[in-house]
Write a protein that binds this ligand. Structure first.
Ligand SMILES: Nc1ncnc2c1ncn2[C@@H]1O[C@H](COP(=O)(O)OP(=O)(O)OP(=O)(O)O)[C@@H](O)[C@H]1O
Ligand SMILES: [Mg+2]
Length: 186
């Protein structure tokens, strides 16, 4: 059985970080050492002379993962763009082999490692690779987070179809990105 999971979404902003954090919390409560990874994060605010990847910071906090930030997020960029474009603007090249070695380092120190993708599966990671190539390179099964709104059947079916070409899909989470109380106010 895989000791890791790749969490993707039908889009950006559908709740990947919230769901990954919830899974981390459940596994941690069962006494497991949970590692987390957000290998590429864009749109990171600056704190002093450093970038502060917000998803990675949240996931580290909720999971209790104390791995160094550069292992949890080997590639952080300021521009809120697709990884391939943000990396090009920063004059940096994203290497799948480096992401893989960070993931393997996390595997040696944890019972389970949760990896959050950026955007959806076909987001460009480099000029040659997509986010799905990263999941395949890490050998991870996929959990799809979908937003519970009109149009989600099409987005979810497209994502699952692409994922199944080269990966095992272990489930779909139909997420509400607003608390129920907020929705009752609408
Ligand atoms: N179940 C939920 N209940 C309430 N708020 C939620 C829920 N799921 C997500 N949200 C909110 O929706 C927003 C987007 O969620 P989140 O950051 O997890 O999405 P994401 O898919 O990880 O986005 P990104 O593509 O930027 O990584 C956040 O403000 C989050 O707090
Ligand atoms: Mg996120």
């Amino acid at each position: 059985m895989s000791k890791g999971l790749f969490v993707t979404g039908t889009d950006t902003g559908v709740g990947k970080t919230v769901v990954t954090g919830l899974l981390a919390r459940i596994l941690r409560k069962q006494g497991l050492r949970v590692g987390v990874m957000k290998p590429v994060e864009t749109g990171c605010p600056r704190e002093g002379d450093q970038l502060a990847p917000q998803d990675a910071l949240f996931l580290r906090r909720i999971s209790g993962c104390t791995a160094p930030p550069e292992v949890v997020t080997p590639y952080a960029f300021a521009e809120p763009l697709a990884p391939a474009i943000a990396a090009e603007l920063a004059g940096c090249s994203i290497e799948l082999s480096h992401i893989r070695s960070c993931y393997e380092q996390l595997l040696t120190q944890h019972d389970y490692v949760l990896v959050e993708g950026a955007g959806g599966l076909l987001v460009p990671l480099t000029a040659q690779h997509t986010m799905h190539d990263m999941a395949v390179a890490l050998g991870l099964p996929i959990l799809v987070v979908a937003c519970n709104k009109l149009g989600t059947i099409n987005h979810t079916a497209l994502t699952v179809t692409v994922a199944r070409e080269r990966s095992q899909v272990i489930g779909i989470v139909l997420n509400h990105t607003q608390a129920i109380d907020d929705m009752l106010m609408l």
